[in-house]
Design a protein around this ligand. Structure first.
Ligand SMILES: [Zn+2]
Length: 108
């Protein structure tokens, strides 16, 4: 997946279309991402052991194709390119401005 934890993305489709948020979790096998505070759903918690029931809002994972990666430099939705430096380290770069995006979970 080209989107990693810590990236800022914009939602392209759905009720939160146009909103931006930070990726807090990626699920590469399912092609899904969780965006902080976005695509919320209400989860009903049943009363149990003397505690009253309640409703909490939780982030629902989104299909990665429904979000666009935002370059921290361009501030626009961009396409990712890859570059490999002399030490063999792979980096994601913005195809427009060549800024290196964070590489928190990319391994050599
Ligand atoms: Zn850029």
């Amino acid at each position: 997946m080209k989107i990693l934890k810590g990236d800022t993305v914009k939602i392209l489709i759905g009720k939160d279309k146009g909103r931006e948020g930070l990726i807090v979790k990626t699920m590469p096998k399912k092609d899904k991402v969780v965006i902080k505070g976005l695509n919320l759903y209400k989860k009903h918690i049943k009363p149990s052991q003397g505690k009253p029931g309640s409703i909490v809002e939780k982030e629902r994972a989104m299909t990665v194709s429904k979000v666009g990666l935002i370059c921290p430099n361009c501030k626009k939705i961009i396409r990712v390119a890859y570059q490999i430096d002399k030490s063999g380290e792979k980096s994601r770069i913005c195809r427009k401005c060549k800024t290196i995006l964070n590489n928190l979970t990319i391994k050599k």
